[in-house]
Write a protein that binds this ligand. Structure first.
Ligand SMILES: NC(=O)c1ccc[n+]([C@@H]2O[C@H](COP(=O)([O-])OP(=O)(O)OC[C@H]3O[C@@H](n4cnc5c(N)ncnc54)[C@H](O)[C@@H]3O)[C@@H](O)[C@H]2O)c1
Length: 393
């Protein structure tokens, strides 16, 4: 279904296809960093009206709306009041991770469609609760994995689905940053009660999605994982604009999440997934993503920041006439002027308007969350665990 949605994006992404006679009324819950990329993409759509925004921090929603000249849009501190006082079609939930589940559940219980930022939630139990609210409401819930819309990511899925690699038996994925604990615009990523999950939730979820989505989202059977936070507690881990020691110390004091995670995951399609992700490490890269199949293997070059993009031309290793051969898959570009976030927003709006399934559905992303949750739980108990996902038909 997602591919049908994406087929709408021809090279020009012509707006003539969009019926703008009825505008979808959108509100924001959380108006920090990522809300800016959502709002820019909404404002590129002809069938959207930004009605309101809420942020816990007094005055923050007002400033956010004013920055986009939305002086008539209303601002709130309490998102429940915002939902009560405005006739909305949908909300973008752009809060830090710990607030994803409560805000998404409340919005769907009050009849709203929800575009929820990644990671889905912070625990599997929360993800199950969000899915329950989604099913009961019948509303569209789409999760913010915009790399799905990247032309190269779609090519990875096409290569795997084409059978070119044969049966997949092993995947190595993940990646990381040498010095990249994210504190640039907000400290909520590193705070235990706000981010809750560190590197594993922030960028680990993308690398898992890249491979799981290519295979049609097989389920995890067992997981042996470990998370650690060896670096974030040290002031030297942070490069600040002024190299101010007191700011570095502030970040180190706040840090209470993981900055590295690794796991060995057995999937129910027989594939072994070997995973690692880092916000900080003494290494350039812990490796490219490799997808190994019985007929061929695919190498996907890593990037310095690991945010769900492909770092260079991909390569298929296979035998032609019995001879080891390498086929280069050149890097692809998205249609001119259309970002992955534009497509994330447009596909969400289309699903609402057309009554079609969610473009990035919770039925898939709960599996991503179950793996993240399994790595955390395996780390806590110190051995391999079995994974079951309640409510997944
Ligand atoms: N898809 C992407 O490319 C991408 C990029 C960055 C961040 N994110 C995700 O977006 C989320 C937010 O990240 P950010 O960088 O914008 O963080 P941020 O700290 O800049 O902004 C979060 C905002 O949410 C507000 N908030 C939290 N709980 C709230 C509540 N209950 N009601 C109202 N406001 C609330 C906070 O006050 C804050 O202003 C995170 O989950 C992150 O993983 C996604």
């Amino acid at each position: 279904m997602a591919d049908n949605v994406l087929d709408r994006f021809d090279q020009n992404m012509t707006e003539t296809k969009i019926d703008a006679s009825k505008k979808l009324r959108i509100g924001f819950i959380g108006t920090g960093g990522i809300a800016n990329s959502h709002i820019k993409a909404y404002l590129n759509q002809p069938d959207v009206e930004i009605v309101c925004g809420a942020d816990l921090v007094e005055g923050k929603a007002r400033k956010f709306l004013d920055n986009y000249n939305l002086t008539d849009a209303k601002d709130y501190v309490d998102y429940k009041q915002m939902i009560a006082e405005n006739q909305l079609d949908a909300v973008s939930v752009c809060t830090y991770n710990s607030q994803h589940a409560p805000c998404a559940i409340y919005a769907m219980e009050h009849g709203l469609n929800v575009l929820l930022e990644k990671p889905f939630t912070v625990t599997l139990e929360e993800a199950v609760a969000v899915r329950k609210a989604e099913k009961e409401s019948g509303k569209v819930l789409s999760i913010g994995f915009q790399p799905r819309f990247d032309a190269n990511m779609k090519m990875i899925k096409q290569i795997v689905e084409s059978g070119e690699l044969g049966e997949i038996y092993y995947i190595q994925t993940g990646g990381g940053r040498r010095h990249g604990i994210p504190v640039g615009w907000s400290t909520t990523f590193i705070e235990g009660d706000k981010g809750v999950l560190g590197a594993i939730g922030d960028i680990g979820c993308y690398s898992l999605d890249m491979c799981l989505n290519a295979m049609g989202y097989p389920k995890p059977v067992t997981i042996s994982g470990r998370i650690s936070g060896f670096f974030g507690k040290t002031p030297e881990a942070y490069t600040t604009k002024t190299d101010c020691k007191c700011e570095q110390q502030k970040f180190a004091d706040l840090f209470a999440v993981d900055d590295f995670a690794s796991a060995y995951i057995r999937l129910d399609n027989g594939v072994v997934l070997d995973f690692r992700i880092a916000w900080y490490m003494h290494l350039d890269t812990p490796g490219d993503t490799i997808i190994m199949g019985k007929k061929g293997s695919l190498r996907i070059p890593s990037t310095d920041c690991w945010n769900g993009s492909v770092g260079g031309a991909m390569k298929i290793y296979h035998d032609i006439c019995g001879k080891p051969t390498e086929t280069i898959v050149p890097l692809l570009k998205n249609p001119e002027g259309v970002s992955n976030v534009d497509m994330k927003i447009r596909s969400f709006l289309d699903a609402i308007k057309n009554g079609t399934p969610s473009p990035i559905p919770s039925s898939q992303i709960i599996i991503n969350q179950a793996i993240i949750d399994g790595i955390v739980k395996s780390s806590e108990v110190g051995h391999e665990i079995e994974v079951t996902i309640p409510g997944l038909d």
